[in-house]
Design a protein. Sequence first.
Length: 238
Amino acid sequence: MFKNRESKNSKGEATRRHLMDQALKIFLSRGFEKTTLRDLSRATGLSLGSFYYYFPSKESIILAFYEENFAHFQEAAAKCMEEGGAKFDDLFEAVLETRIRTMAPQREIFLQLASAATDPQSSLSPFSPATEEVRNATIGIFHSLVARSDLKVPRTIAPYLPHLLWFAMMGVILFWTFDHSPGQSRTLKLIPILARNTSRLLRALNLPIVGKHILPFKEILALFPDLKPYEPNIGDLK
C-alpha cells in the first residue's frame, strides 16, 4: 500500500531491512535522541553517504518501522473482522486488541519513542504530515469495521465515526504505554469495557429520547476544524 518501495526480494530491500533492524537495536541501547545518523552508519559498517541512501534521517527509520508494524496490524485486523460476525461491540473490541497485540512484540521500541511521538512538532507524532498515510489507512480500517457491523448512527455523526474510533484507539495506546501490569493486562481488561460502552453510547443516539445527546458530539467535532468527513480510498479494507 505504501509508495516508493523496492521489491521485497531485492538485495536493496534486504540491506534496508538489515539496517533498520540494527538501528532499532541501537536506539534501544543508546536512546533515540542521543543516537546520530553517523553513529548508525559506523555501527552498521557503512559510510554515512551509503547509509543516507537507504535512510536519510533517524526519523525515516522509525517511519519505516511504523509502516511495517501497521502492515501486520492491517492484515490481522482484516482477518479478525472476517471472522468476527457483525456485532459492533465484538468487532471494535477485536480490532483494538489486535492493535495492541501487534504492537506488543516491539513494546520497548514504542516506549523509547513515546516522548517523540507525543511531541506535536515531531514528524513521528501520529498526527504529523509524515504519518498521514498510516493514519488514514488506520481510519480506513475503522470505516470498514463500521460498514460491516450492525451499528447504525445518525447521519450527522456517521461520516466522522471512523475518526472518532481512531481517537479512541489512540487513547488505548497511550494507556498501554503507561501500563506496567504483567503483560499489560490492565489494557486488555480496558478494551472490552471501552468497546461495550462505546457501542451503548452510539446506539443510544438513535433513540428519540436521548437524541439531544448528539449535541456534545457536534461540539467536540467543532473543536477540530480541519476534520473532514471520511471518504473511503480504493486501498481501504472491504
